[in-house]
Design a protein around this ligand. Structure first.
Ligand code: ARG
Length: 459
């Protein structure tokens, strides 16, 4: 047990207490951030004449040596240390002797861990944004290639009106675009440096906090030392954004699972992204989509957990906050993994265009357009709705669709129908006449695709 705080104690910590308290098993994940923060700290200490140049050089050299040795596997992070901060400091002192003992001047583990967590999370916000960007590219390509791929649009999982595959994918594009913008907002809001807050009340050393912040690419220092060591809002915001990404992915997965079912058969998931059954030879299961849907729960769990941890904590630092790490790390890794896998599955999925178009043609997805046709002929909408309702009943009885009726049959239901009704209710017209911005008609879709292509170029 290697501890940083033995002086005041007369007894060894109970082994169980030590293990319960220790965080090295998980905070080792940010050993590079810990070293980066320490280097910035000593560079600033020297600039402020708190350390000599020799001391600073020795510490920086020692710290970079530790970083290299851990990365190459020469130095192993072991559980004999309480946390990653103790590991780095103890190893530094081993390497360079007394100068190493000056590293922690004007610093507390409270502002140190606040910084490490922030550095780690800040980088991960960008990594998740990169994964999202890849997915957005995939979606845009599918959109560009499927402006005329007709399919039914659903409400209540009942066929409603015809749309295109480009339009359907476009809905997800908008969702993930908002997710990406959310990450940008979070990055900007969290990008302030807590180092220099000390344990809670700043320090008596003449630290230049603005300088340390600039060294690590922060917008500036945080403005209240108590808040600095106890703020985990940015973790909550990030987990909330991650939960929303998972919610979107999960909805998408649910649709793919439905589309992949034998009954729908709208899509064929690539063999590389499907799995078989140990007993039923015919099976090809959408396990990836199901797993992504399932993993949504653990990301929500992380968000609920940190919200609950934080809700009763008095100012300033309390050990409860050590609980921010494991679930956050897990949520980040889960979301990155899910985005990458989902993207791979989507990139290779085959859309059964014929099946989707036939499905769009059956199921009266053109009923609204038939009513609109009558309105165009001067029939009030309520009456038109009623007439087409009867038309649908007639078709159900005859097991046919509106387009397949003869003009005589149509006229029997309403004499207003003329030959041109067939063109008016054709699948193509139904889609192509929807041209308000955001609708599936081709020119409207093209406009949106152009806007979104620009968005991707600039992000
Ligand atoms: N392992 C601790 C954490 O993750 C580091 C800060 C410890 N500070 C303290 N006062 N015990 O929160």
């Amino acid at each position: 047990m290697a501890q940083l705080w033995g002086g005041r104690f007369t007894k060894e910590t109970d082994k169980l207490v030590y293990n319960f308290n220790a965080s090295i098993s998980f905070d080792r994940k940010f050993f590079e951030e810990d070293i980066e923060g320490s280097i910035a700290h000593v560079v600033m200490l020297e600039k402020q004449n708190i350390l000599t140049e020799e001391e600073k050089n020795a510490i920086v050299k020692g710290l970079t040596g530790i970083r290299e040795d851990v990365k190459s596997g020469k130095l192993i992070i072991t559980e004999e240390y309480e946390d990653i901060h103790s590991f780095v400091e103890a190893n530094l002192i081993d390497r360079i002797g007394d100068a190493g003992k000056k590293l922690h001047t004007g610093r507390s583990r409270n502002d140190q861990v606040a910084l490490d967590m922030k550095l780690y999370t800040r980088a991960e916000v960008l990594h998740v944004a990169e994964e999202l960007q890849e997915l957005l590219f995939t979606l845009l390509i599918i959109m560009e290639n499927n402006l005329n791929t007709y399919m039914p649009g659903f409400t209540h999982l009942q066929k409603a009106q015809p749309i295109t595959l480009a339009h359907h994918m476009g809905a997800y594009f908008e969702m993930f675009k908002r997710d990406s913008l959310r990450l940008r907002d979070i990055y900007a809001r969290m990008n302030y440096c807590p180092l220099g807050a000390g344990a809670l009340a700043g320090t008596t050393y003449p630290l230049d906090r603005g300088y340390t912040a600039a060294l690590m690419g922060f917008e500036g220092p945080t403005f209240n030392s108590m808040d600095s060591v106890s703020d985990r809002d940015y973790v909550i915001e990030f987990l909330s954004a991650l939960s929303t990404i998972m919610m979107h992915l999960s909805r998408f997965c649910e649709e793919i699972i439905i589309w992949n079912s034998n009954e729908y058969h709208f899509v064929e998931i690539d063999d590389a992204y499907s799995t078989g059954s140990s007993i039923m030879p015919q099976k090809k299961n959408p396990d990836i989509a199901e797993l992504v849907r399932g993993k949504t729960g653990r990301v929500y769990g992380a968000l609920m957990s940190i919200l609950t941890v934080m809700k009763g904590i008095p100012l300033a630092y309390n050990k409860d906050m050590q609980e921010d790490k494991e679930l956050t790390f897990d949520a980040i890794d889960t979301v990155k993994g899910c985005l990458a896998l989902f993207n791979g599955m989507l990139r290779t999925i085959k859309f059964n265009e014929e099946v989707m178009a036939v499905s769009a043609m059956n199921g009266f997805t053109n009923a609204t357009d038939a009513a609109d046709y009558l309105v165009g002929m001067g029939v009030p909408f309520r009456d038109a709705h009623e007439i087409v309702g009867r038309l649908v009943l007639y078709c159900i009885d005859k097991n046919t669709c509106i387009d397949a009726l003869s003009i005589e049959e149509l006229k029997e239901i309403s004499p207003v129908f003329e030959e041109d009704v067939f063109d008016a209710v054709s699948l193509k017209t139904c889609v192509e006449k929807r041209l308000t911005i955001g609708a599936p008609g081709q020119s409207a879709m093209k406009e949106v695709i152009d806007i979104n292509r620009e968005f991707l170029k600039n992000s």
